[in-house]
Design a protein around this ligand. Structure first.
Ligand SMILES: [Zn+2]
Length: 191
């Protein structure tokens, strides 16, 4: 079994990835430039054993690496990786250049139905680790992306694959309905 023997920013540097934007805000995605020139988007996972917050390159988790806590060395619960918060600034790298299809939850704080969707989206993020990247876009704080995708009502879920929008779910749906739409994209021969 392949283990990533890092979880901390220090250890990430030993993988020849260097941080371009140290995280002052824990939800903001940290990006690392890697040896091969690609950019890595980081998942934040709290250790269930010692409560240390670990930053792990999301691509590695999606490729099936297991992560260990940088402090106590216990395995990290990969499924606990929260959806990725994306912004106008990070949307292109984190969503449009993602190697995996991305489910983007477009939401706003004042939107009640968005909270129902958020719960399902959190669960789908854990269930579909390695198959679908799950991202959250606050439309109030990121008007450029919301306008580029002509998001007129929320909650809206965008499904982006290969940099293109391949599906869109508007309004509240059941989790099984959302999952079925994602599975259709995952099994599509065009991917
Ligand atoms: Zn720990």
């Amino acid at each position: 079994m392949r283990f990533l023997h890092f979880g901390t920013p220090v250890a990430v540097r030993s993988q020849s990835c260097r941080s371009r934007a140290p995280a002052r805000h824990p939800e903001r995605p940290v990006r690392y430039w890697c040896r091969d020139g690609s950019m890595s988007v980081v998942a934040t996972i709290r250790c269930a054993n010692c409560s240390a917050t670990n930053r792990v390159p999301r691509e590695k988790l999606e490729q099936g690496f297991k992560a260990r806590c940088g402090r106590c060395k216990r395995p990290l619960p990969v499924a606990a990786a929260a959806p990725l918060t994306v912004t106008d600034a990070t949307f292109s790298a984190a969503v449009e250049q993602s190697p995996l299809p991305v489910l983007v939850d477009a939401w706003a704080a004042w939107c009640g139905p968005c909270r129902m969707i958020a719960r399902m989206v959190d669960e789908l993020a854990a269930e579909l680790v390695g198959q679908v990247r799950v991202a959250k876009l606050n439309v109030d704080e990121n008007p450029a992306t919301a306008s580029r995708f002509a998001i007129r009502s929320i909650p809206t879920l965008l499904v982006i694959a290969g940099g293109r929008e391949v599906d869109r779910i508007v309004g509240v749906q059941s989790k099984s309905a959302i999952r079925a739409r994602l599975e259709r994209v995952l099994t599509s021969p065009r991917r």
